[in-house]
Design a protein around this ligand. Structure first.
Ligand SMILES: C[S@@+](CC[C@H](N)C(=O)[O-])C[C@H]1O[C@@H](n2cnc3c(N)ncnc32)[C@H](O)[C@@H]1O
Length: 251
């Protein structure tokens, strides 16, 4: 899994029609939710699955004090370079969600893990452990915000092809597609990126990864089992459903 995102890091932005626009749109939706839960710009937050920095960069641009981590070192290196290029101050670490408190010194007013990072953990036990680690770095009353695919709405066909469309950058054309192959509640995702530069022969980059198609209702139950309260699903603020959960305030 880690090598998937490490190898993909130089190309990851090509999965978006316009990465800069997605940075702005996604962070604006997240900031709206964070504000509603009392986490205003200026607060210390952690993006615990930052990848190349899509949400990290946008939230830092909106004035949040962002720390960012991810299990994939090359993705973290790219996110760091992207933040520096934009003059943003963000502290980056390589860290696994399942051992977050070992590497990240909070406390944070919010922890986020967006764009279906959680289903990379392949069992309920691993997911609950990750949620418990997120709680450990949150202030009492702090919030965890995750975004996930709604697998209940996805028909399980094998193979299932999802095209991303074509992007042209600096004389090269990139066409990406995903192929999903189901195996019970898990599936293998193969991402094929075909790169065509000038008259050169096309180069096909292939990346493979595994997901657990965990239901949102199960995630809500695992959040409560990890000690979170006031777990809510929000469908209007982000391109994927968000789950927001509160670390109980100390009485
Ligand atoms: C689809 S990417 C999203 C990245 C970023 N949030 C974005 O939207 O650009 C999912 C991310 O989850 C990270 N991830 C998966 N398992 C993880 C784990 N156990 N600990 C930390 N990060 C993890 C991957 O390395 C990857 O960067």
């Amino acid at each position: 899994m880690q090598s998937f995102y490490d190898e993909l890091a130089p190309y990851y932005h090509l999965l978006y029609p316009d990465w800069e626009a997605s940075i702005t749109r996604q962070s604006s939706g997240l900031a709206q939710v964070l504000r509603e839960f009392g986490v205003a710009a200026g607060s210390a937050i952690l993006d615990a699955a930052c990848g190349i920095g899509t949400q990290t960069i946008g939230l830092a641009q909106l004035g949040y004090r962002v720390a960012a981590s991810d299990v994939a070192p090359a993705a973290v290196a790219r996110a760091r370079a992207e933040a520096e290029r934009r003059g943003l101050t963000v502290s980056f670490e390589v860290a696994d969600l399942r051992q977050l408190a070992r590497s990240m010194v909070g406390p944070f007013a919010a922890v986020i893990a967006c764009d279906n990072a959680i289903p990379h953990l392949l069992s309920n036990a691993e997911i609950q452990r990750a949620f418990a680690e997120c709680r450990r770095v949150l202030v009492p009353g702090g919030v965890l915000v995750i975004s996930v695919r709604d697998y209940a709405t996805i028909e399980r066909r094998t193979p299932d092809h999802h095209a991303y469309g074509t992007r042209t950058v600096g004389g090269c054309t990139y066409a990406a597609e995903q192929v999903w192959e189901w195996d019970g509640d898990e599936y293998t995702l193969t991402l094929r990126l075909t790169e065509q530069c000038g008259a050169a022969a096309p180069v096909v980059h292939e990346f493979r990864n595994r997901y657990y198609a965990v239901a949102i209702l199960t995630l809500e139950r695992l959040l409560r089992a990890a000690g979170f309260t006031a777990v809510v699903r929000r469908d209007e603020d982000f391109f994927q459903p968000l789950l927001v959960a509160v670390n109980p305030p100390v009485r």
